[in-house]
Design a binder for this molecule. Structure first.
Ligand SMILES: Nc1nc2c(ncn2[C@@H]2O[C@H](COP(=O)(O)OP(=O)(O)OP(=O)(O)O)[C@@H](O)[C@H]2O)c(=O)[nH]1
Ligand SMILES: [Mg+2]
Length: 321
């Protein structure tokens, strides 16, 4: 697609977004969320401007203080003169429904600041589409000049873990005193953490959790980056300066070790493959009941007119046609 084929109004929208205009950024994200054909044209315009932001994932159990911590990080980064974008992935679960409203209210604190852009996204149960969409929203914020992009997700499902994996630096938030059963943090979740945060460090059980996390980290295979454990009281803004320093140190490690390029490449590879998978299924299902479509091929399989391999190749050819 060449730029000349794109609607001039869209080009203008992209230009205003790239210049950091808040309303333009909001509209760009809406296009991306709706997965409209327009979004593809816009991503074409924005992509050359991406790759500059430091993407930070914040994940952890519901109510562990991720949004409060995000809010404190925003304040600290603004003090440092950095622009910040936030994508808060809202769980649709009724369990946390109340907390989501709390998020919005707390995050309003920063809304008057042109250097901050915050967007909440509902999970809406897209099939594997959440991480693809979140990645695109992150790209928009990156292209539009946000130097730090924070992605807040509730670390419960694979989808959220995937989202966290797309970040350069992933912070896992734990809280003390939740009982031993909850402390049995899944090894898979711990594995994605570059920095561990014990939030609500004003509560009892901090040392116990600290020891537990240290033991868990010791069990994991040794890696060049030693995962630090930090204590914060996000509700009082304590420990956030230290956290930004660790985040910075992690980025420096990624860059100096060559890990940055490696992660970037692995992420793009994953994204490309899942986009292709998604597109093929979309096309196959769109023509499911048409002549030669999925339904008919299944019938031919039943009648032993085709073998599985032939049917698969036919579907694949069709989806490309
Ligand atoms: N005591 C204490 N409370 C805190 C601290 N940080 C956050 N909280 C409180 O914990 C509650 C949940 O905080 P949130 O920031 O909404 O947590 P969250 O992880 O974003 O929640 P979800 O997005 O619903 O998963 C709020 O009432 C906060 O005020 C802290 O350091 N100490
Ligand atoms: Mg939250």
């Amino acid at each position: 697609m060449t730029t000349s084929q794109v609607d001039p109004a869209l080009l203008e929208l992209a230009r205003r977004g790239l210049a950091g205009e808040r309303r333009a950024i909001a509209r760009l994200i809406t296009f991306v969320e709706n997965r409209s054909p327009t979004a593809a044209a816009l991503m074409h315009e924005l992509t050359p401007h991406t790759g500059r932001a430091h993407v930070i994932g914040i994940t952890g159990a519901p109510g562990s203080g991720k949004s409060t911590l995000t809010n404190e990080l925003i304040k600290e980064y603004r003090r440092q003169g950095k622009t910040v974008g936030v994508v808060a992935v809202d769980p649709t679960s009724t369990l946390t429904g109340g907390a989501v409203l709390g998020d919005r209210i707390r995050m309003l604190e920063n809304y008057q600041d042109a250097g901050v852009f915050i967007r909440s996204m509902a999970t809406r149960g897209q099939l594997g589409g959440l991480s693809a969409m979140t990645n695109d929203v992150v790209r928009v914020l990156d292209a539009c000049g946000k130097e730090i992009v924070i992605v807040e997700t509730v670390g419960v499902g694979q989808d959220e873990v995937d989202v966290a994996r797309a970040a350069h630096t992933t912070i896992l938030v734990e809280v003390p005193g939740m009982g031993d059963d909850i402390q049995a943090i899944k090894a898979g979740v711990l594995e994605i953490a570059d920095i561990l945060v014990i939030n609500k460090a004003d509560r009892e059980g901090v040392e116990k959790l600290d020891l537990y996390l240290k033991a868990m980290l010791n069990l994991a295979p040794k890696k060049p980056w030693r995962v630090p454990i930090l204590k914060t009281v996000a509700a009082r803004g304590e420990g956030t300066v230290e956290l930004t320093k660790k985040i910075e140190a992690h980025l420096a490690f990624l860059k100096s070790s060559g890990e940055y390029e490696k992660r970037e490449r692995a992420r793009l590879r994953d994204e490309l493959l899942s986009r292709v998978r998604e597109e093929i299924s979309r096309r196959v299902f769109r023509r499911e009941t048409q002549a030669g479509g999925l339904a008919e091929l299944v019938t031919q399989l039943e009648n032993r007119q085709l073998d599985l391999n032939e049917a698969a190749m036919q579907l694949l050819r069709q989806s490309l046609g």
